[in-house]
Design a protein around this ligand. Structure first.
Ligand SMILES: *Cc1c(COP(=O)(O)O)cnc(C)c1O
Length: 377
């Protein structure tokens, strides 16, 4: 049987039971299960606000849209971001006619605080930090920089569902203005497509509920009274977007959430086996993670001399690795920044994502690791 790099595991009976409630009630849109999941997510993470969306990408866009409006940011102003991410992080900045200014990555492949500080200039308005593979990186130092230079901090927590530091979700730390999670199909808490945006400031959360629903100032669920009379009278205050999440996705999320911590612990156990097999191999560089015992490990990364060769070798065994990510400054969209992040540019050519998911057992991981070790020498 072939082994994929990422594969979601669904608790099918629980998912179906939750979805059935939506179908029986006749409510699959925004509201009902979305409100229930927002509440559960706040309890689970400690975030004060949570607004359920159709994706993390939408959430990143809303973060920039709302902060831009309130902080008086201008077109062409800059947000410092990472080249080692899914393009959503950087596109979200461009959607609002602002400019991603790329800073280099550190040993964890998260933004390097020293390079971030070098890249701050009079047009800089915010930093977009990606918790790469669930890692918190040096987020504490980035927060300190944002405070020092009066910048906003947007946390792309697409990989961080379940990551804690000393028991606390980093997105709830003082100084993080907005945190955006992903529940996309292969993320640690998979649905189909959905996400959550958690503003620190509740007035931004309130605005986000309108802007993510076409700018309408009352949501459909609260417009439908218990007797079912649909109140048609609403206003439109913003040029909003159709970014709301729906009850079916929230139903799946509600079914999956109770398993997230034990599943993340299982991921860490598999990562520890990879670590153990690779640690003696001098040709293999394991990408480190601070607070390893609390990291959600969405992906497990190595840097090897011949990445293409290793991908092909694994494929011979019907095992498929991946690459997270291509240096975004290689994309035609972002070539203006080529050469500004030498570490990211170098490591992107050697990165390989090892299979890591809940359908693998310890024996599988040992076998995959042994194949890698035999090839990379
Ligand atoms: C998956 C991902 C996103 C986008 O999430 P969606 O929910 O698919 O929109 C953004 N950033 C990173 C780092 C991701 O891995």
């Amino acid at each position: 049987m072939s082994i994929q790099v990422l594969k979601p595991k669904f608790h099918i009976d629980e998912c179906l039971a939750q979805i059935r409630e939506c179908l029986e009630k006749g409510w699959t849109g925004s509201g009902f299960k979305t409100a229930e999941f927002e509440q559960k997510w706040k309890e689970y993470t400690g975030h004060k606000n949570a607004c359920f969306l159709n994706s993390n990408t939408s959430g990143l866009h809303l973060a920039v849209n709302i902060l831009k409006r309130h902080c008086g940011w201008q077109d062409g102003d800059e947000i410092i971001s990472t080249p080692i991410t899914f393009v959503s992080t950087n596109h979200a900045i461009m959607y609002e006619k602002m400019k991603p200014c790329f800073a280099d990555v550190d040993e964890y492949l998260c933004l390097d605080p020293e390079d971030v500080e070098r890249k701050i200039n009079e047009r800089t308005r915010a930093v977009a930090f990606v918790g790469y593979g669930g890692r918190v990186g040096q987020l504490d130092k980035i927060i300190a920089l944002c405070k020092k230079y009066d910048l906003k901090l947007i946390l792309d927590a697409a990989h961080m569902a379940g990551t804690r530091v000393n028991g606390v979700f980093p997105g709830t730390w003082d100084g993080v203005d907005v945190t955006v999670y992903s529940y996309q199909a292969v993320k640690n808490l998979p649905t189909g497509d959905s996400g959550m945006i958690c503003f620190a400031d509740e007035k931004f959360d309130a605005e986000c509920r309108m802007v993510s629903w076409m700018g309408i100032n009352k949501d459909t669920y609260s417009r439908t009274s218990s007797k079912g009379t649909y109140k048609w009278n609403y206003g439109v205050d913003y040029l909003g977007f159709k970014y709301n999440g729906n009850a079916i996705m929230a139903a799946v999320a509600l079914a999956q959430l109770p398993y997230l911590d034990e599943e993340n612990a299982y991921r860490r156990k598999l990562c520890a086996i990879y670590d153990e097999v690779f640690t003696e191999n001098e040709k293999i560089h394991i990408i480190g993670a601070p607070y390893r015992d609390e990291c959600a490990f969405h992906i497990y990364e190595l840097a090897v001399p011949d990445r293409e060769g290793l991908l092909a070798e694994l494929a011979k065994h019907d095992i498929y690795g991946g690459v997270h990510y291509r240096d975004n400054t290689e994309f035609s969209m972002y070539t203006y920044a080529q050469g500004t992040c030498p570490k990211a540019h170098e490591i992107t050519q050697h990165l390989i994502t090892m299979p890591l998911h809940l359908y693998l057992d310890e024996e599988d991981v040992r076998e995959i690791a042994n194949i890698v070790n035999a090839y990379v020498k």
